[in-house]
Design a protein around this ligand. Structure first.
Ligand SMILES: [Zn+2]
Length: 200
């Protein structure tokens, strides 16, 4: 038999474990909306000269790409101005004037938030929340980046007619509504599985 745990040890142990978050159908709601938006966003590949200009503004070398928000090693390029707002496209597209090197943590935590508000927020994984140094310097560089040149912004709804545009978003709503129904079915199945585990 194991010895009873003292209270501090118990707290330590309990803090050492966390259950993986349950990926439900409903928790995919915003990723479905994001997918409907990003699927229609054009991408423009930059020239080597443009990449050089971008990295110069950010004070980076191509061989040592850093996250523009926190300084960690960059693993991706993130949309500085979000592509989605209130479940609709903002009109910004995927082009270098609207992309900065980012680490996965920052990219995920920032989501569709405005970059400056997010950087200064105390959100768990935001640069401020993580106690990253030199935040004012990083903000200054990003402001210079924003000033670099005017990004393309398209009023997508004017490219199509209103009916086509609404039909597209109606499809999105239908997918989300079907997912909700699927979640109810999944909840019922899960309850039965738990019941079976308890019986054995
Ligand atoms: Zn980062």
């Amino acid at each position: 038999m194991t010895a009873p745990l003292d209270i501090n040890r118990r707290k330590l142990l309990e803090a050492a474990f966390w259950m993986p978050s349950v990926q439900t159908m409903v928790s995919r709601k915003s990723s479905i909306t994001n997918a409907f938006v990003s699927a229609i966003i054009p991408t423009i590949n930059p020239s080597a000269e443009e990449i050089q200009q971008a990295l110069t503004i950010l004070g980076m070398e191509p061989t040592d790409l850093r996250c523009a928000y926190c300084g960690d090693r960059a693993t991706e390029w993130d949309h500085l101005r979000p592509l989605v707002d209130k479940r609709r496209p903002t009109g910004f597209i995927s082009e270098i004037a609207n992309l900065v090197p980012s680490c996965g943590k920052c990219n995920q935590s920032k989501g569709n938030k405005a970059w400056r508000v997010w950087m200064l927020s105390k959100a768990k994984l935001s640069p401020t929340g993580r106690g990253i140094p030199l935040i004012p310097d990083r903000i200054e560089r990003l402001e210079a980046y924003e000033q670099w040149r005017c990004p393309v912004r398209v009023a997508f709804e004017t490219v199509l007619n209103a009916e086509e545009w609404e039909a597209y978003w109606k499809t999105c709503e239908e997918v989300i509504s079907q997912l909700r129904t699927c979640q109810e079915v999944a909840d019922a199945i899960r309850a039965r599985i738990i019941q079976r585990i308890r019986q054995t």
